[in-house]
Design a protein around this ligand. Structure first.
Ligand SMILES: Nc1ncnc2c1ncn2[C@@H]1O[C@H](COP(=O)(O)OP(=O)(O)OP(=O)(O)O)[C@@H](O)[C@H]1O
Ligand SMILES: [Mg+2]
Length: 260
């Protein structure tokens, strides 16, 4: 299992994923940026030994981008499957990242596939693909305020089993840092304490809190010999805010944790 990406579970999400998979239920994962959603899906796909097709959704994404289209080559037209059709044919896992970004008419192609019919009609070719038991649909999004108005149609949402991710509690986040970057326990502890102090700063309205991803970046820079305070500035503070005053306030917390 050495090719299974490292993943430390928060709770019983691995078990939930396995149950959803074996019962052919689609899964929705929501949580802030950098909390492990993508890593979790990659881990589970490798663990279950299924090919993974990931689509980063955006507001220009059309149904054809998912399902496929006719292409022209060698003087003839031929059909080219999109990632969703390929995953259905191969019995793979199709992972739609930031699914709320996709247009509502795009997400509608997911409907017959994500309820008990488990079919993908390909209008252009007249084919109707029946998903094999190994096929699984997973979607994720970040319910931060920027998506507040977008959301997902209830008729789409209610086809999924849902899982909420949040930043891991301190001991777990330390283990993630150690496992991911080889940081020593002392450094992991300091970085997690720093992140918690930054996360507690409610009065500076940062768009998003410091994520586990940023802690991984900071630990990586420090691990390769870069100065810890400068690493925290580069990997965390300047990534979190453009506002100079806010950055200064955040740097005070960094100095308190890593003071030189
Ligand atoms: N539970 C975990 N186990 C192992 N690594 C983790 C875990 N959680 C977070 N990480 C680390 O944090 C990084 C970011 O996680 P990931 O890319 O999965 O975030 P995400 O939730 O998909 O974020 P986004 O919404 O921005 O796509 C990973 O590359 C990994 O280094
Ligand atoms: Mg992701």
């Amino acid at each position: 299992m050495s090719n299974v990406p490292f993943y430390k579970p928060h709770s019983n999400e691995i078990e939930l994923f396995e149950h959803a998979y074996s019962n052919q239920l689609p899964l929705l994962i929501k949580g802030p940026t950098g909390c492990g959603k993508t890593r979790f899906v990659a881990h589970m796909a490798a663990k279950l030994n299924r090919p993974l097709y990931t689509v980063a959704c955006h507001d220009d994404l059309t149904a054809a981008d998912l399902v496929g289209r006719h292409l022209i080559g060698d003087g003839r037209t031929y059909w080219s499957d999109g990632p969703l059709s390929r995953a259905v044919r191969e019995g793979g896992i199709c992972y739609l990242d930031e699914v709320v970004e996709a247009r509502k008419d795009t997400t509608v192609v997911l409907h017959p596939l994500s309820d008990d019919r488990r079919i993908l009609p390909i209008e252009r070719t007249g084919e109707i693909l029946q998903a094999p038991p190994e096929f699984m649909l997973v979607v994720s999004y970040n319910p931060g305020y920027q998506n507040f108005l977008k959301g997902m149609k209830p008729s789409t949402r209610q086809r999924f089993v849902s899982l909420r991710f949040d930043f891991p509690e301190s001991a777990l986040e330390q283990e993630i840092l150690i496992g991911e970057t080889g940081a020593d326990a002392m450094l992991a502890k300091r970085l997690v304490n720093l992140a918690n102090a930054l996360r507690a700063l409610k009065e500076h309205d940062l768009e998003e809190a410091a994520s586990t991803r940023l802690l991984v970046y900071a630990a990586t820079l420090i691990g390769s010999g870069f100065d810890p305070v400068d690493a925290c500035r580069a990997a965390m503070v300047e990534t979190l805010t453009d506002d100079v005053e806010t950055a200064d306030a955040l740097m005070e917390i960094v100095h308190a944790s890593f003071g030189r």
